[in-house]
Design a protein around this ligand. Structure first.
Ligand code: MN
Length: 244
């Protein structure tokens, strides 16, 4: 841990949280072998920290790399980065308030990326989803023959524009990207975005759901933002792999 923290110019506690975030998001079924979580560098907002291209559950401190907002790794002889690092780079460029980004393909979200039903908060734990969750349609700017991955800065900038000032954006036929002003908040939001999708899918089977109002969502989000460490402690305790 110490060597990696020195290499990345970050304190060990922050690096340990990033490792834990990788493992928690797998344990909570937000990530599988794919998807990723990043942290804007605390001392250099023009770069961010993210694992090399690998399964998040297996990430160790030695696997974390530093990437500039141009998508280029900062270290010589860097390992292979994630193809979709431009999701992170362009959101950090567009959103100075964002310090952490989660990109996932979690299964309950996918129906909302390919249907006319919008993902909306059905309960207080997902209040941060107000006022709405847009769906990024990569065909609009990049034609009908992409692999749906955000592979370059131009595609990343289009995704960031679709996200706007919101907390989450769905990606048609692909997945979602969720942001936070801190790492633990982004993890919290990613977990509850997926949980909300499951509940909303169940509610839709019964009829038209009674969604939270924007005011209720904002109030619930403010309440929950003060309690994120409660979930973090629980989720962290479930991990079997060491994070430090
Ligand atoms: Mn992806």
């Amino acid at each position: 841990m110490k060597d990696a923290a020195t290499r990345l110019a970050i304190n060990e506690a922050a690096l340990a949280d990033l490792i834990a975030a990788n493992h928690i998001l797998y344990d909570q079924a937000v990530l599988d072998g794919f998807g990723h979580v990043s942290l804007r560098h605390p001392d250099d907002p023009e770069s961010f920290l993210i694992a090399r291209s690998m399964a998040p559950a297996l990430v160790t401190p030695a696997d974390i790399m530093r990437i500039g907002l141009d998508g280029i790794p900062r270290e010589a002889n860097a390992p292979r980065p994630y193809l979709e690092r431009f999701v992170h780079a362009e959101i950090y460029r567009a959103r100075p308030d964002v310090s952490s980004v989660v990109h996932c393909h979690s299964p309950a979200l996918l129906p909302f990326t390919v249907s006319q039903v919008s993902l909306r908060p059905v309960y207080h734990m997902a209040g941060f989803l107000v006022p709405d969750v847009p769906v990024f349609e990569i065909r609009d700017g990049f034609g009908p023959a992409t692999d749906t991955l955000v592979r370059n800065a131009e595609q990343g900038a289009a995704l960031a524009a679709c996200l706007g000032n919101r907390t989450a954006v769905l990606m048609r036929g692909h997945g979602a990207t969720v942001v936070g002003s801190a790492l633990r908040q982004a993890v919290f939001r990613a977990v509850y975005t997926e949980a909300n999708a499951r509940v909303q899918l169940d509610a839709l089977r019964l009829g038209e759901p009674n969604y939270l109002t924007t005011e209720e969502g904002l109030a619930a989000a403010a309440t929950n933002d003060g309690q994120i460490d409660r979930d973090w402690a629980l989720w962290h305790k479930r991990l079997s792999r060491p994070t430090a």
